[in-house]
Design a protein around this ligand. Structure first.
Ligand SMILES: Cc1cc2nc3c(=O)[nH]c(=O)nc-3n(C[C@H](O)[C@H](O)[C@H](O)COP(=O)(O)O)c2cc1C
Length: 307
């Protein structure tokens, strides 16, 4: 591992190193109005949610390290105590980029970037009508980050006072991540699109943990860290279920390798047992792994317990 101390880097390198690691970051497309009523719209990826009761998000508008100039967004929120945050979908990303250009304060980036204004209900600032999800926010607190040593950051804590969610992204009463199609910001000029998703449920009771897995599982050359994590997220180590596996007399399968290649761990298990290979640990680990890839943790455990 290369160890790098922030003080040894230029401002630019420090900025990019931080952003490359703290990634991907959601993008807040911040709508605000100045004291003269001119609307402003700019993207901010120093952004996240920190509480849900009440809903609190935070935003990090920087002060330009070279010029000392503050962002219009920061000035507007400090002056009016309000803003909107529209989330950025893939369909919006190139127009969003246009809004990030350093326009003078009297330029309305909704117009420059070609987005329509949707009227907010509780704050003056409009939000982006093309966004599938937007929030109306009130400033709770601005924290200047180490201005005593020349720090150029701000942390704006904002309370969400209204949500707007497009009907088009709601499926069965829930916000559908595929329909949202949000993008995230990474280091340098990299972005990510949220099309490659997976689900893992968080354990609600203490699980056994990787350290409690039997040695022959924990030291496997075949099972990965993710596999061990799935196996370890059970409340107790399962015991061998005498009725596992329960194959119908008519059940047929090809060889272990063919069944594994076609994504059928149950068939592979059948073939293994037919060939009397249940004492082949590597084979059992391969089959257990295939069960885990299908989120069938119980069958994976039972396969491993056939030791
Ligand atoms: C995706 C993206 C994320 C950005 N995130 C931030 C950020 O978190 N903080 C910041 O100060 N500038 C950020 N910027 C740069 C500002 O958007 C840019 O300086 C903009 O001109 C500020 O506009 P304003 O002065 O109207 O607020 C980001 C730019 C892009 C494209």
């Amino acid at each position: 591992m290369k160890t790098i101390l922030p003080a040894d880097l230029s401002h630019r390198d420090r900025h990019q190193l931080l952003l490359s690691g703290v990634a991907p970051r959601p993008i807040a497309f911040v709508g605000s109005v100045d004291v003269h009523g001119v609307a402003n719209l700019s993207p901010y990826s120093f952004f996240n949610a920190f509480a849900s009761n009440p809903p609190i998000v935070a935003l990090g508008p920087a002060i330009a390290a070279k010029t000392g100039q503050t962002k219009d967004t920061w000035r507007n929120i400090m002056d009016t105590g309000e803003c909107t945050i529209s989330m950025v979908s893939y369909a919006m990303v190139q127009q969003m980029n246009v809004a990030a250009a350093p326009y003078p304060a009297d330029v309305d980036e909704f117009n420059k970037a070609g987005f329509s204004k949707a009227a907010s209900q509780l704050v003056q600032a409009p939000y982006v009508a093309e966004s599938p999800y937007a929030m109306e926010c009130r400033l709770m607190q601005n924290i200047e980050l180490r201005r005593d040593i020349g720090g150029n950051g701000n942390l704006m804590l904002l309370e969400v006072v209204a949500f707007h969610v497009s009907e088009s992204v709601i499926v069965d009463g829930m916000v559908d991540p595929g329909k949202m199609d949000l993008v995230g910001r990474m280091g340098y000029n990299h972005y990510t699109r949220t099309t490659d998703r997976f689900q893992t449920s968080q354990p609600t009771v203490p699980s056994i943990g990787v350290d409690a897995l039997p040695d022959h599982i924990r030291s496997s050359d075949i099972l990965t860290g993710n596999d061990l994590g799935r196996l370890a997220a059970v409340a107790v180590i399962p015991s061998l279920d005498g009725s596992f596996p329960d194959f119908d007399v008519a059940y047929r399968a090809d060889s272990v390798s063919i069944e594994l290649a076609s994504g059928n761990p149950m068939g592979a298990l059948y073939a293994m047992l037919q060939q009397g290979q249940q004492h082949d640990r590597a084979l059992r680990h391969h089959i257990a792994r295939a069960f885990l890839q299908q989120n069938d943790v119980e069958s994976a455990w039972q396969t491993l317990l056939l030791e």
